[in-house]
Design a binder for this molecule. Structure first.
Ligand code: ADP
Length: 258
């Protein structure tokens, strides 16, 4: 039987990437791209050279969240990522498509091949932390990505509306298969904060995230409120201006990896 690690691809020879963190979710729309973006901004603010590989090929939202308007360019040597205002390097299918609203109707192997190229053909240069916004779910495509990019750790994003225990168990299985540690769980849309009294309102009822995390020996890295201001900065391409300390302990944990 072959070893899953046999499929791992080497990055571009002009790339020197220290830590690669995959951000996964059970399905689309739970805030995987938001968490990827917030974590990248936090690590960049702490002085680390940071990059985002947008592997969510059928829903590439990273360029919008960062307000990137330039397209990616290439040379004989490879593809160059686009830099955000604060200097985060980004590669995404939307930075290559002529028309961003063109639907991507590719089959799984083509999607997985594209992600692989973002790893092997992009000149990332020196990166301390790369975040991979993984394709949602635990199907074929995310699995292939898992098998081609050597991840140092995984962050699982959940929301209280979901069957969290099932998602976490699938993520744990996938991670175990690839021998990659799960760094912890981030719960998004955890609560709404009353703008007047600051009370936290659990719109979806009490979450069982702590319980689920404990069952699998994982930690909850942070809880992000449902916040219209957050949606607004993302829509405006201004995520780099976000304010909030929800993921500070997650950032601490990533610094411990170094
Ligand atoms: P995914 O990557 O899991 O598909 P996104 O991060 O793209 O999900 O989020 C989906 C949508 O929900 C986006 O429009 C985003 O701005 C919004 N959203 C996500 N999390 C929050 C939040 N905590 N508060 C407000 N809006 C949010």
């Amino acid at each position: 039987q072959s070893n899953p690690a046999d499929f791992l691809e080497k990055p571009h020879e002009m790339s020197n990437i220290k830590k690669v963190i995959g951000v996964v979710s059970g399905k689309g729309g739970v805030g995987k791209s938001l968490v990827t973006s917030l974590m990248s901004v936090l690590m960049n603010r702490r002085g680390h050279r940071t990059a985002i590989l947008d592997a969510d090929i059928t829903g590439p939202s990273i360029p919008t969240i960062f307000g990137l308007r330039e397209k990616a360019t290439g040379s004989d040597l490879g593809l160059y990522p686009v830099r955000s205002q604060m200097g985060i390097s980004v590669m995404s299918l939307n930075l290559l498509l002529e028309n961003e609203s063109d639907p991507v109707v590719w089959r799984g192997p083509v999607i997985a091949g594209t992600v692989k190229q973002f790893w092997t053909d992009v000149i990332w240069s020196d990166v301390d932390y790369m975040f991979v916004d993984m394709p949602p779910g635990t199907g074929d495509v995310p699995l292939t990505v898992f098998q081609s990019i050597p991840l140092d750790g995984i962050i699982v994003v959940t929301s209280p509306q979901e069957l969290v225990s099932m998602i976490v168990s699938k993520a744990v299985n996938m991670a175990r298969l690839m021998n990659v540690p799960i760094l912890g769980i981030v719960e998004n849309m955890s609560y709404v904060e009353c703008p007047d009294c600051k009370k936290q309102i659990k719109v979806f009822g009490e979450s069982h995230i702590e319980q689920t995390a404990a069952e699998y020996g994982l930690s909850v890295l942070g809880k992000i409120p449902m916040d219209p201001a957050l949606a607004k900065v993302c829509d405006a391409g201004a995520v780099e201006l976000f304010e909030g300390d929800w993921l500070d302990s997650a950032a601490d944990k990533l610094e411990e990896l170094a």
